[in-house]
Design a protein around this ligand. Structure first.
Ligand code: GLY
Length: 314
């Protein structure tokens, strides 16, 4: 019997300022519309998460695609992963600089390659060979982000704390308050009962070129398996990676715990174990879901039989 499709999306978890709330909710709402339209016409969960995340990458509100944070040397460097819980196929790209929509390159890896993961120039060439346009990195760079980078580097020179890379020696609450994490993601359940997950990011402000965060690493910022759940995370990547937090969460769903309980537990574990902060969306193949964050705000949205809802708090 066909399932009622479900789509969840997120647009980052941090202290989203009041004057940015509307843009975040509008972006999340546009992503829900694009992704859910796919599900309503019978497309797969993979199609839905790709469509939703493409919209978020195209929206310069978020740290994904155009408008992302800049590397230390002023470039946009993007990571993305997409995973199909029905087939366990996955596609990831990291450190790409010339692709407008890295999630679409990740989809090409999933569909057309025996490999799972491409980085840098090899990823760009693979995408180009399969029809994607390579653009100039400057097209992804906003003046807003150049100013933000200048500010961060001025603070660095002045010896002020770099909250983007807040470590165990800094208060995670302070870091969560000030550092922004606008990584985007989606999880979906389609009418055939398959689930999928996608996550895309520009990473952290002032990052070293070549740095890869959690978002595009399987089991860290993204994972999907029909025998457990689909998950997408946002937040401070290094602690999420060390805990392989996406897999941690779906494994608990597989053991019988509800996504509604596991999502806040994952955030509590992240904070308790490594002082990390972020947000999570988690969806089981039976339609149960969880949303949680340990930051002041998180941009999230869901669309199911009851229609679309978005929020900035839980
Ligand atoms: N969560 C995004 C990153 O740390 O790269």
């Amino acid at each position: 019997m066909p399932r009622t499709p479900i789509l969840l999306v997120h647009g980052g978890a941090w202290a989203i300022p009041d004057d940015m709330v509307e843009a975040h909710q509008r972006g999340v709402s546009n992503a829900l519309s694009a992704g859910y339209a796919q599900l309503q016409k019978g497309a797969s969960a993979v199609d839905a998460v790709e469509a939703a995340v493409s919209v978020l990458e195209d929206d310069d509100t978020f740290d994904a695609g155009r408008g992302s944070f800049l590397t230390r040397d002023g470039r946009v460097q993007l990571d993305a992963l997409l995973m199909d819980g029905g087939s366990m196929r996955a596609g990831g790209v990291a450190c790409v600089e010339r692709l407008r929509n890295p999630i679409q390159a990740a989809r090409l890896v999933l569909d057309k390659s025996p490999h799972v993961y491409f980085v840098g120039q090899g990823a760009e060439e693979f995408a180009q060979q399969h029809g994607m346009e390579l653009i100039d990195n400057g097209e992804l760079v906003l003046e807003r982000e150049q100013r933000r980078l200048e500010d961060a580097q001025a603070k660095e020179r002045a010896g002020l704390p770099d909250l983007t890379f807040a470590g165990d020696d800094k208060s995670p609450e302070t870091a969560a308050e000030l550092a922004s994490h606008d990584t985007v993601g989606a999880v979906a359940l389609d009418a055939k009962g398959n689930i999928a997950a996608a996550t895309s990011t520009g990473g952290t402000l002032n990052k070293a070129p070549g740095r890869v965060g959690d978002s595009s690493l399987i089991g860290c910022g993204c994972y999907a398996d029909n025998s457990s759940a689909a998950v997408s995370l946002t937040g401070w990547g290094e602690p999420i990676m060390k805990l392989v937090l996406g897999k941690w969460a779906v494994d608990r769903v597989q053991l019988g715990r509800s996504p509604e309980q596991v999502a806040p537990d994952a955030m509590a574990y992240l904070h308790k174990r490594l002082g990390g902060h972020g947000g999570i969306i988690l969806l089981a193949p039976d339609g149960r879901f969880g949303i949680a964050h340990n930051t002041p705000r998180m941009a999230w949205g869901i669309c199911d039989a009851q229609g679309p809802r978005t929020g900035i708090h839980l």
